[in-house]
Design a protein around this ligand. Structure first.
Ligand code: HEM
Length: 385
């Protein structure tokens, strides 16, 4: 993680205007390494490009296509049903995305030169039940990690950058905390985390302020249920404060609104404001509940990457803040110019890249030099890096 964050810092230094590409690259590269032991060394990495293609074709919100609510439309021929052609293309791409890196790991295992990863460990595990579908399951697990983890992490970090540009006082306090507890001679590392409560509060507020997956991931009802006195049907309509449902074949597709929970004014005062202080307990007030309780879903299907996401976002945001300051462009940011995508993952679209932000490496020359040139070596003028 740490080495990919250093690449991120170098990239930000060289082309700050492309920050959203750099964040995506970092999130994807960390996941590729953990899942397949594959090091991403260029922006044109074939695995990342394939996964990105899958993401682009599957960008629509589940339930957005008419066929999701009127299932009989699936019998239309493909030439008058563009959704069918899109579905076929997405399917082919997603098979390829799971297949290609998986086969690479298998070949490396056979050749004895595998880099240890999630997929290689599962394949090497002799105790796994071998019932013929085991390799398929491993392949699918590998495939889902990139789709579920890369965009979400990059989106959270993009929201963080936006918040820092819009709330300079928050950024100033984070800089002060980093300067006091980490010092100017090195980058932050995980051992520093406990000493940086304000930064942890910024992370929580980032996940709350702009929910990354505002409607979570849809689920289907298999039977009727009840939530706090609210009936969740199998066959009838149901909608409520936090729940939206769409008929999905004979059952219902349920969307749990993370955003409604994370913006409930009874729980989070002035919910549209980016205010990390709400997560710091005072003598007179309790800290607000951790947004992780809603942002990562619920129950058996809760996000299995939540701790991993928390670590990657923390190390990236603390390092970015330690080296850079993020400033509004002259004339300020016009929030009305910020566009948000409407897919499963809600990310800031490209409008803002050119318009909204300057990332300035003005924090400390020594750190910039460290990141760019002297990584891993001792400085000739001292030992303390
Ligand atoms: C800010 C970052 C992230 C957010 C907000 C997020 C959010 C979510 C949500 C809301 C779900 C659906 C849970 C449910 O069905 O109730 C989910 C599922 C999932 N997430 Fe994440 N996630 C993040 C990062 C990651 C990362 C980094 C990984 C992997 C390394 C990951 C892997 C997964 C997987 C595999 C699932 C599917 C679980 C299943 O269907 O059983 N996520 N995530």
């Amino acid at each position: 993680m740490q080495s990919e964050v250093e690449v991120l810092l170098q990239n930000l230094l060289v082309s700050p205007d492309r920050f959203s590409d750099h964040l995506k690259r970092m999130a994807g590269a960390i996941i590729m390494m953990v899942t397949y032991g594959h090091r991403v060394s260029t922006d044109e990495d074939p695995f990342i490009q394939l996964a990105e293609e899958v993401r682009r074709t599957a960008e629509e919100t589940p339930g957005a296509a008419l066929v999701d609510t009127i299932p009989m439309l699936k019998y239309l021929p493909s030439w008058i049903a563009p959704f069918k052609r899109l579905a076929l293309m997405s399917r082919e791409l997603s098979v390829k995305m799971r297949e290609v890196p998986f086969l690479m790991v298998k070949e490396q295992l056979a050749a004895g030169n595998v880099v240890r990863s999630m997929v290689s460990s599962l394949l090497e595990d002799e105790s796994r039940p071998k019932d013929g579908s085991d390799e398929e399951i491993i392949k699918n697990c590998g495939g889902v990690v990139y789709s579920a983890g890369a965009d979400t992490t990059a989106t959270a970090l993009t929201n963080f950058i936006l918040a820092m540009a819009l709330y300079p006082d928050v950024q100033r306090r984070a800089h002060e905390e980093l300067d006091t507890f980490v010092g100017r001679s090195r980058l932050p590392h995980f051992d520093d985390r406990e000493k940086l409560p304000y930064l942890s509060a910024i992370l929580k507020e980032t996940l709350r302020w702009k929910a990354v997956t505002p409607l979570g991931v849809p689920h289907c009802t298999t039977e009727a249920d009840e939530y706090r006195g609210r009936h969740i049907p199998r066959e009838d309509d149901c909608s409520g404060q936090y729940i939206v449902s769409i008929r999905c074949f004979s059952n219902f597709m349920l969307f749990i609104s993370n955003r409604a929970m994370l913006h409930d004014p009874d729980v989070y005062e002035d919910p549209n404001e980016f205010n990390p202080d709400r997560f710091i307990a005072k003598s007179t007030t309790h800290a607000a509940p951790d947004p992780a309780r809603a942002a990562f879903g619920f129950g058996r299907r809760i996000c299995p990457g939540r701790y991993f996401a928390d670590d990657s976002i923390w190390i990236a945001m603390s390092s970015i803040l330690h080296v850079f300051s993020i400033d509004e462009p002259a004339g300020g940011i016009e929030e009305s110019h910020i566009r948000w995508s409407s897919g499963l993952v809600r990310y800031v679209s490209c409008m803002w890249r050119s318009q909204f932000l300057t990332i300035v490496a003005s924090r400390a020359l020594s750190l910039v030099v460290f990141v760019l040139v002297l990584k891993g070596r001792k400085l000739w003028w001292g030992d303390d890096l």
